[in-house]
Design a protein around this ligand. Structure first.
Ligand code: PLP
Ligand code: COI
Length: 340
């Protein structure tokens, strides 16, 4: 793939050669199908179009120094997709189906896995939709599970450079007993307006507070939030945020480094006490945050210099990436090497 400038890739859709699909019909999953079309043929009354029966996942494959392709914690994504499916009453793709679909999609597009050292990776997007027709508000009886892949660069254009975020008190991403902990499209629809305004006003993302009390940090746009204070790694405990696999991994790595990890409410006031704060997720890995602006109150919280991330965030970021790329021993068995 000599014609791809790997180092300059944005986080965006990139057409590759093949994708895979599997239908759930008559109460059972069919065979995995390989397609070279970017399109699907969909019934106009499909429940995904009307009642939001949709869930997706996002995970990455990396090429190591040894040229092998490594998948990071795909089994966690499989379990989370099952949880999202249960959350909006869709048929759950079995773990083996998820695995076969992801492995097949990556292998068939292996030439698009960016080379070691390029800073890019192969983003894998599994998705599940209610494809059967309904007009009454009820779940479909037919589902379509698909996986497409594409090489990507950093999610925020800043890469690992710190970003500014804006607290949006006049929008809620998810309700306390709603769907915030599932990776379903509706949550992203609910976040679009606040996100677009944040961009227009010069911020990388909106920071959402808990919808009930408007006191606690909930979700950092499309990522989890964490704060560092001395030897402490703190991240919100909330029923309305997505259980991030990156955050889960960072918590383990922080403990490995001898840090104390706390999952609890983080008040807006506490933002003052942190030495470093950041957003974490598959796409961004870690996005250090240099400034949080509370749009309504005008309050500003400043962290590291805009030129660089703090030392703990940098250490965690490097450690996680080293494991993903195969540069450090995979002591937690997070990585699956794909035999090509
Ligand atoms: N929070 C939201 C709303 C997300 O969309 C994502 C992305 O998947 C995350 C957090 C981070 O989760 P993960 O680390 O599993 O990618
Ligand atoms: C993530 O991977 O952290 C994301 O939020 C991905 C985004 C494109 C939904």
């Amino acid at each position: 793939m000599d014609n791809i400038n790997w180092g300059a890739l944005p986080f965006a859709y990139f057409k590759t050669d093949y994708n895979v699909r599997c239908y759930y019909r008559d109460g059972k999953w069919g065979d995995l199908e390989v397609s070279d079309s970017e399109y699907i043929n969909l019934h106009m009354a499909a429940t995904c179009l009307h009642y939001g029966q949709e869930a997706f996942e996002g995970l990455k494959a990396f090429r190591g120094k040894d040229d092998k392709i490594r998948l990071f914690r795909w089994d966690e994504n499989a379990l989370r997709m099952q949880s999202s499916a249960r959350g909006v009453l869709m048929a759950e793709p079995p773990i083996e189906l998820f695995r076969d679909a992801v492995f097949t999609a990556v292998k068939l597009n292996s030439k698009y896995v960016p080379p070691y050292g390029s800073g890019a990776s192969l983003y894998i997007r599994p998705l599940l939709i209610g494809s059967g027709p309904q007009v009454g508000v009820k779940p479909a009886t037919e589902y379509l599970f698909m996986v497409f892949v594409g090489p990507v660069g950093p999610y925020f254009k800043e890469g690992f450079n710190p970003v500014k975020m804006q607290i949006a008190r006049d929008y809620d991403r998810a309700a306390p007993l709603g769907t915030g902990h599932y990776k379903v499209g509706g949550n992203y629809a609910a976040s679009l307006a606040a996100g677009q305004r944040a961009h227009a006003e010069g911020y990388a993302s909106a920071l959402f507070l808990d919808a009930r009390d408007k006191k606690y940090i909930d979700e950092a746009g499309p990522a989890n939030f964490f704060g560092i204070k001395g030897n402490l790694y703190v991240t919100p405990a909330s029923a309305s945020i997505l259980p991030s696999i990156t955050n889960k991994s960072l918590m383990t790595l922080a403990q490995d480094l001898g840090m104390t990890v706390e999952r609890r409410h983080i008040t807006v006031e506490e933002l003052e006490d942190f030495e470093e704060v950041g957003a974490c997720g598959t796409a961004a890995v870690i996005s250090p945050i240099c400034e949080i602006h509370d749009r309504e109150t005008g309050r500003k919280f400043s962290y590291c210099s805009p030129k660089g991330a703090g030392p703990v965030s940098t250490r965690l970021y490097r450690k996680l990436q080293a494991i993903q790329m195969g540069d450090e021993p995979d002591i937690h068995q997070w990585v699956t090497i794909l035999e090509e």
